[in-house]
Design a protein around this ligand. Structure first.
Ligand code: NAD
Length: 426
């Protein structure tokens, strides 16, 4: 008998399942994707996530972790069931909760009496109550336990989180969920479901604001001639500000920030508050993609038509294979709209995948992407780019232009080798 069932075995669900098993619980992971479940049952991991494969194999070997595509088998003997299904964005900015609804209806009849159903998916404020009403099972408590892990460091974030948030109307249900995290050292906040749901959106809203802020300061640095690296250091000494998460870049993206930000703006609006401040953070981010394109256009002479641009990095950040709402793809689409030809490299992309425009040529090596290009732009800061030899890069390029949107290279080193170097804010 398993204590925990995980519904939806993606970045969050698989990490949660493997980590709970590692913490000593018996976990069964369920997904509607049978192919995924078949692979996972043999220890094959469908995503790139540091340390996850080891934990999955350990869980399988010790019989702590199992996988199934049968909802009854998954939940019928579990005390606690975590919902970890996608909650994507709809065209009007609202959250599409249809997968959550469908997951709930698939498992509803099999949930044991007095079990606890936990929303770990990021769901609109009020969802715990909505799920409770839809379930129509007064014996079951619906609890909110938002997830804050970051792709790329998901396992570490899950096992050593900065906080655990549990929102429940019923103290005993909150306690049951809290006990699952007994071995995890982190501040624990037990609150009501609406506050727990709001905490998740507020955290992401704050982070995107920070990123849009620092990208704006980088833009100021460029026009006044300041160096963003020193500016960040200088303001970061102030403990009220700090240096963390202050890295300028090509704009923010990923599977969570854009949709969660739009969802919060929409929810606030519906409830009667016009969240103009967050609207601006989103607009600044769109401008940031345009700014990158403008920089590339400038270095190639002002017109991108027919110019070849080498792109290093396609995923939304290093350490993951996730391409959802990647800033790199946002920039690529703008470059293509202006007539540029794209040769791209990413360590996790060997061939075309969903989301990558078909015209993008995929290179197997970062140097191959540079062949005869008029400029190379670093968009995702994979460690392997940092160690590239400028002499080898320059040999491949038609023109020695480097746009380093994440400031990973030493400008002097590349300029000394003959490059025209452009960072962000320096
Ligand atoms: N990815 C992150 O970094 C992250 C971090 C915090 C919170 N979240 C939130 O967690 C949730 C899940 O995100 P994710 O990135 O893990 O998604 P994902 O797309 O990686 O995985 C979701 C899984 O759910 C499965 N699924 C879909 N419908 C199902 C159903 N009815 N029954 C069972 N399984 C079903 C899919 O097949 C897929 O394997 C989202 O709400 C997201 O916003 C994600």
């Amino acid at each position: 008998m398993s204590e925990i069932a995980i519904v939806g075995t993606g970045y969050v669900g698989l990490t949660a399942g493997a980590c709970f098993a590692h913490l000593g619980h018996r976990v069964v992971c369920y997904d509607i994707d049978k192919e995924k479940i078949d692979k996972l049952s043999t220890g094959e991991i469908p995503i790139v996530e540091k340390g996850l494969e080891t934990l999955v194999k350990e869980g399988l070997k010790e019989n702590k972790l199992s996988f199934t595509s049968n909802p009854q088998e998954a939940v019928s003997e579990c005390k606690v069931v975590f919902l970890c299904v996608p909650t994507p964005q709809q065209t009007d900015g609202t959250t599409d909760t249809s997968m959550l609804d469908s997951a709930v209806s698939l498992i509803a009849q099999f949930l044991p009496k007095n079990s606890v159903l936990v929303n770990k998916s990021t769901v609109p404020v009020g969802s715990a109550q909505e799920v409770f009403e839809k379930l129509d099972r007064p014996d079951i408590a619906v609890v909110s336990n938002p997830e804050f892990l970051r792709e790329g460091t998901a396992v570490e974030d899950f096992l050593k989180p900065e906080r655990i948030i549990i929102g429940s109307e019923k103290p005993d249900a909150a306690q049951i969920v809290a006990e699952l995290y007994e071995k995890v050292e982190a501040p624990l906040l037990i609150t009501d479901p609406i506050s727990a749901e709001t905490i998740k959106y507020s955290a992401n809203a704050f982070l995107v604001t920070k990123l849009s802020f620092i990208n704006s300061i980088a833009a100021v640095c460029e026009v006044v001639g300041a160096d963003i690296t020193d500016v960040i250091k200088g303001i970061g000494y102030d403990s009220r500000i700090g240096e963390k998460y202050m890295n300028p870049g090509p704009g923010w993206g990923g599977s969570c920030f854009p949709k969660d930000t739009k969802s919060l703006i929409h929810m606030a609006g519906q409830a009667g508050y016009d969240f103009r401040f967050l609207d601006t953070a989103v607009a600044v981010n769109e401008e940031q993609f345009d700014r990158v394109v403008k920089k590339i256009s400038n270095v190639v002479g002002g017109d991108l038509k027919g110019k070849t641009v080498a792109v290093w990095g396609l995923t939304f950040k290093a350490g993951t294979d996730d391409l959802r709402d990647s800033p790199s793809l946002a920039v690529i689409k703008r470059l293509q709209a202006e007539g540029a030809i794209i040769q791209a490299h990413d360590p996790t992309v060997q061939e075309h995948k969903e989301g990558i425009p078909v015209q993008v040529m995929i290179s197997k090596e970062p140097l191959e992407a540079c062949e005869n290009a008029d400029a190379v732009v670093l968009l995702t800061d994979w460690a392997e780019y940092e160690t590239l030899d400028p002499n080898k890069v320059i040999e491949r390029l038609a023109e020695p232009n480097l746009i380093d949107t994440r400031n990973v290279f030493n400008p002097k080193e590349w300029e000394d080798r003959g490059f025209t170097y452009q960072g962000t804010g320096r």
